[in-house]
Design a protein around this ligand. Sequence first.
Ligand code: PEP
Ligand code: MG
Length: 735
Amino acid sequence: MAGSGTGQDRLDKIVMLIAAEMVADVCSCYVMRAGEVLELFSTLGLNKDAVHKTRLRVGEGLVGDIAAHARPIALDNAPSHPNFAYRPETGEDPFQSLAGVPILRGGKVRGVLVIQHADRRHYTEEEVETLQTIAMIVAELVAQGELVDPQEVFSTGDAALLPARLSGVPLNAGLAMGHALVHRPQLTIRQMVADDAERELERLAGALSAMHSAIDDLLAAAALAGLGEPRDILETYRMFAEDRGWLSRIREAIHMGLTAEAAVQQVQNDTRARMSHLTDPYIRERLLDLEDLSNRLLQHLAGKRSEADGGTLPEDLVLVARSMGPAELLDYDRKRLRALILEEGSPSSHVCIVARALDIPVVQCADALTRIEPLDHLIVDGDHGAVFVRPAEDIQMAFTESMATRSRREQEYAATRSLPSVTRDGVPISIQLNCGLLIDLPHLAASGAEGIGLYRTEIPFMVRHTHPDVQQQTELYARVLDEAGDKPVLFRTLDVGGDKMLSYISAGAQENPALGWRAIRIGLDHPSLLRQQLRALLRAAAGRPLSVMFPMIAEVAEFDAARAILDLELRWLERRGAEPPSRVRVGTMIEVPSLLWQLPALLQRVDFLSVGSNDLMQYVFASDRGNPRTANRYDPLSPPMLTLLRRLVEASRDAGKPIGVCGEMAGRPLDAMTLIGLGFRSLSMAPQSVGPVKTMLRSLDVAALRKYLVQLTQGGDHSLRPKLRAFALDHGILI
Ligand code: PEP
Ligand code: MG
């Protein structure tokens, strides 16, 4: 593949190598041409004159059969196969056995690769697999368009189009359908060297200034659209764009004799090489931003508009990209944008944060670019992390139906917004929201939630390159409180660690990050971090009530230590004569089981408790929540967990201290039903769960459920979910 010569030369070499390696008498490669015709492109062992002459229709002969069904064939007696078609010009009569595989790319058959032997011979599975692997490489050669103009094949339409289901990682929930637009920011650079460095430097300066004003326009547009964090993210672009190191490396490369484009690309390549060795997700993401910036600069240098400006974009765009910067996503017309598929990305990557603000599903899918072709019809299931490529009609119908049901449901849920959150037998339940971004706040009014039961303060920290100072934090928290108005907000102090590490705090390598240096442990080891955050919270809440809770508290002494820091900050505020909050409530998350054995002491100290069932589950069952093999192995609706939760809620009630649940289970109707049955009266959840949970609880009779639960949790079941579901159905509870 990497060799010199034309595409044909390289194909001939590959065919020769395969024949030699597999000790085959024949190796031939057929390539798909317009009109579903497979043309013999190269052979070793068959008559050379047949090359570019022998053509088979898809379905004709064994080669056509392989293409038609897109599956390998291995025969020890090929001529006796009913589909065998003898072509005298190839001289293949002496060959008895044949093994062939389709050359597939993007789910389409692009050709067929065949080996033949004169004697009767059984091909092993391993040999066929080897051939398939080689076919993948040949597919790249075909895709490069040197053998057959890609336009020729595309224009014939759907040569052996295969529907495919790609599974990936859900990065942002939602369901969408549309047509693929492959985002290829890379431009081909025609001229690499230049004589006149001064001229190239001038061109670079011109492109930089055009890029700056384009970023400023984007910033203004983001501000107009009220996109909070995306705007902050774009600010970091401006910072990067003015990064001296980056620019001086480009200038240096120009002085070495490169054109401005080649210089930008060289620096970009260096960055990529660095990136491939990096494991720190935060730094990787920052480098992806830089890559985006380089692509932008290249586009300005070429005076080219990006794909995003194209007038011929599909009306329903699903963007497919290796990676993407947030600004690039904002380049596309939001009205057309339906979903995003990334080969590289994580839920906390900038582009995902922007996608969330735009409310489009995002799925990360490792081989998206090889499996998806431009304009392919796609269904993106951001809830389950699946992408359906060229879906069959029945799948399309099923998804259209789900999308319609979803929007009908959403309308029904919206209608419950102003209805009281009270069970059928009159028990009031407080529904709160889990938030972490300013863009989440409008949901507070829209969903009818009573307040914010969990504000995850770490998220704004994670999208920044440097630690926000007290002033910046104060402004952010004040904005959260302003936007929440008279609805209460429960701020949780920094819960970083594990995979949520910040670039400016190094935890070193940790064998068990979930059991490692995280959350309050970092706060107590670096009290200045916690002090700054608490100071900012106290200042932001001046004259208003403030509720703060600490994450991952494992013992009462840790709570005391954290609380002491808060008291210190309160005194500091008083000494400076600043206005304190009208009231300060302090609580803790219940995530670490050890705390359950110190409940009386804990309950004397706290103003409230909030159960972080996500972490509590993983520690109770010793089962990593981030590992797909273990994440769903145990059910929160199980005797141990429900017994534990009941004790917790009863102890809190006896102590007169409010307790809520803010883990994911609070947002799932059946789980929420069970929590209410156990005695919880406050549930905090993602905005999209409010409608379903409220609908459920308005149809629930708590008294009947409470009795049933007492008896249920005494058994030895692995999961009580089926029984609880049956109970809900029998009692008309809308789960
Ligand atoms: C939890 O652990 O349940 C929780 C709400 O915290 P997080 O999911 O942010 O760890
Ligand atoms: Mg947690």
